[in-house]
Design a binder for this molecule. Structure first.
Ligand SMILES: [Zn+2]
Length: 345
């Protein structure tokens, strides 16, 4: 549990971009960088809009009584978006729905807290809680504690810890305790004040939004959101990607494929992942097909007696060469699937 949590905290949702120092709360450079650039708002369908910060996407629905937003992304982005929404729509944000607690999706909701309820899965709360003060520095960062005092001072920090120092330093004392490092870079993730564990509806201005928890290996507080009442939009963060290879080694596990199939079976037309390009339901079908074909191809490689390395060399998934992150994710997707299938997981 702890080691998984640390791995996730250090990695964020995906690899971090190069850090450039800045006085802002969450400099854009800290976020995953891809070919998708810019900060903009677009209309998806009827009263549902998307908003982009570089690779990151959020979705919001405008009603006569206010706005329902999914994914605050970060303090600077939320500040910008709040201003844009006030100017364009003249109604306040009434709900901010978290997809999961990771810093690069969940930071910045405090910007909306004057008018909005912050809606999140109850499993967010233990992630955001500070571990006991006695928690030691995790093994993988202990070498950074050069003076051996059990903390990482700002001058000692390196790599991601240095880049994200302010996102870890909850008590602002310029030193990271074992508890702060173990919790992760979550300083700007405000705890939800409206929590759920079961599927629920939010109705505003006569429009309905379904909040649907689907815990995944990526996040046990993972939630998808379906905008209904004629708008037909589904939002899912991180785990179902649009024309982009999914992240990690768990992508073709039986349970994971079953979860994606559940989402594919739902009723919607537009699909928005928190990253990359806008999609449709057909993109979710393609994502599911990738996982199934990956599972089948790796199964055949195992049946042919191939080692993990041989399978990584032979399972090329060439139909998906045009997808984003093909080069970066394919070897890990194959390896995770190979290990799962050979250990009967
Ligand atoms: Zn994530």
């Amino acid at each position: 549990m702890t080691s998984r949590r640390i791995a996730v905290a250090l990695a964020g949702c995906l690899a971090l971009g190069a850090f450039a120092g800045s006085a802002s709360a969450q400099p854009r450079e800290l976020y995953q960088q891809t070919a998708h650039k810019g900060r903009e708002i677009g209309n998806l369908t009827q009263n549902v809009y998307w908003a982009r910060m570089d690779d990151y996407l959020s979705v919001f629905m405008v009603t006569s009584e206010g706005i329902i937003l999914v994914e605050p992304i970060g303090t600077e982005f939320a500040t910008w978006l709040k201003g844009e929404m006030a100017q364009r729509f003249k109604v306040p944000v009434k709900y901010v729905i978290y997809s999961h607690h990771h810093w690069d999706h969940g930071s910045g909701a405090a910007v909306y807290a004057d008018t909005a309820r912050l809606v999140g899965h109850a499993n967010m709360l233990p992630h955001l809680a500070m571990p006991p003060a006695s928690t030691p520095l995790p093994q993988n960062v202990r070498a950074q504690d050069v003076n051996g005092n059990g903390q990482i001072e700002r001058s000692e920090a390196q790599g991601n810890i240095k880049a994200q120092f302010d996102l870890y330093d909850a008590d602002r004392n310029d030193a990271l305790s074992g508890a702060e490092v173990t919790r992760g870079p979550l300083v700007y993730v405000r705890a939800p004040n409206d929590v759920y564990t079961e599927r629920r509806d939010i109705t505003l201005g006569g429009k309905r939004v379904e909040v649907i928890p689907i815990p995944t290996p990526h996040a046990d507080d993972n939630t998808i959101v379906r905008f209904v009442d004629g708008t037909n939009v589904l939002f899912a963060s991180d785990w179902i990607t649009v024309r982009r290879l999914p992240f990690g080694g768990d992508v073709a596990l039986k349970e994971e494929i079953a979860r994606v199939r559940t989402v594919e079976a739902m009723d919607y037309e537009h699909f928005v992942c928190s990253h990359g390009m806008l999609g449709t339901k057909a993109d979710v079908t393609s994502n599911l097909r990738y996982r199934e074909e990956l599972r089948d191809a790796v199964s055949r490689a195992i049946a042919a007696g191939q080692t993990l390395e041989q399978a990584q060399a032979s399972v090329l998934m060439e139909a998906y060469k045009g997808w984003e992150f093909y080069d970066q994710q394919r070897p890990g997707n194959v390896a995770g699937t190979y290990r799962a299938l050979t250990s009967n997981r």
